[in-house]
Design a protein around this ligand. Structure first.
Ligand code: ZN
Length: 349
């Protein structure tokens, strides 16, 4: 089927790809889905521009895309919760149901997890896919396909906010105003934060951040000291939670500086190399440090919050391309335009 294929580093093509036969078999608890909208993720772009992420190396052509929504077109014989015509979004990582990690309730860190567009598993920038019912979530009528394709990145923010154990009235800082930083800010507010400071160097991204909620305060880290600002606004005490969503070693090295005693740091941004970690600064605060890797079973919460209006991701979707323009869309995404947060691709229906 016609798919967006990463042939090798720096080379994409939209071409017929022989995945049809792998997808021909519909298991009893699987559904077949016609894809509607697929978001372009930083990880897709990183595979395109670098050919690898840490230990995951693209050494054979791979279909990209993992942030997806679509419509069920066929159901396996034992499927009970979905039927043809249902609009859905899909969780892209399928663990081994019998693994120790799964039995412990942390299937996202199952070493056997098969995650779309992570070598050697193909992604879903293609017309249809087969997916387990258990990882396919029905959408309420008031959640659009575009919003539903934002559930995957939103799930990262919701998982991070959950790990932070936010209390009503907490003050949080999010380092980085990219898509993950912004969904984390929205999740922190949904979790009860009174105010969320978002710091970045890109003015346009900070404008978008502030437009999301009156409780979000943008801090231009190139023009003012984030630590001074937080200290000034909290009578010198510091913030309750810091979310590191840049993946920059420099930002990570200073992650405890704005944190209050007893506060929590959540590391979200991926680090491919070992980084400096200020253990002394963590100790004198008795800081709690959490690390997250993707998420585990938060899609239903995300869908519920989009439906109720608790979280609105629509302002984050800044550009939409047709499937035929996929290669161009990735070239634009790779140039990291300052005014864009999330770009999406729509498949022909
Ligand atoms: Zn993603």
């Amino acid at each position: 089927m016609k798919s967006l294929v990463l042939e090798r580093k720096d080379e994409l093509s939209l071409r017929d790809f022989p995945i049809d036969k792998d997808e021909a078999v519909l298991g009893p608890r699987d559904v077949r889905i016609k894809l509607h909208t697929v978001g372009i993720c930083g990880s897709d772009v990183h595979y395109y521009t670098h050919g690898r992420i840490g230990p995951f190396v693209v050494d054979a052509p791979m279909i990209l895309g993992h942030e997806a929504s679509g419509t069920v077109i066929e159901t396996g014989s034992e499927v009970t919760t979905l039927k043809a015509g249902d609009r859905v979004c899909m969780e892209p990582g399928i663990p081994d149901p019998n693994s120790k990690a799964t039995r412990l309730g942390m299937y996202n860190v199952d070493p056997a997890v098969r995650f779309w567009a992570t070598p050697p598993i193909h992604g879903i920038l293609r017309p249809t896919c087969v997916h387990p019912e258990a990882f396919t979530f029905k959408l309420p009528d008031n959640v659009s396909f575009a919003e539903a394709a934002m559930v995957e990145p939103l799930a990262v923010g919701v998982h991070a906010a959950t790990k932070a154990k936010i209390k009503p009235g907490d003050i949080a800082v999010v380092l980085g105003a990219g898509p993950i930083g912004l969904v984390t800010a929205l999740s922190a507010l949904a979790g009860g934060c009174a105010r969320v400071y978002v710091s970045d160097l890109a003015e346009k991204k900070l404008e978008i951040a502030e437009s999301l909620s009156p409780a979000i305060v943008g801090v231009d880290a190139g023009k003012e000291s984030l630590v001074d600002r937080i200290k000034a606004d909290t009578d010198g005490w510091g913030c309750d939670v810091v979310f590191e969503a840049t993946g920059s070693p420099k930002a990570a090295a200073q992650v405890f500086q704005p944190l209050a005693p007893g506060g929590c740091v959540v590391m979200i941004g991926g680090q491919s190399e070992p980084i400096a970690y200020d253990a002394g600064a963590a100790m004198i605060r008795e800081a709690r440090v959490e690390n997250i890797f993707r998420y585990a079973h938060v899609f239903p919460r995300c869908v519920a919050m989009l439906s109720s209006g608790t979280i609105d991701v629509k302002p984050l979707i800044t550009r939409t391309f047709d499937f035929d323009e996929s290669v161009k869309a990735f070239e634009i995404a790779a140039s990291a335009p300052a005014g864009d947060v999330k770009m999406q691709i729509e498949l022909p229906q």
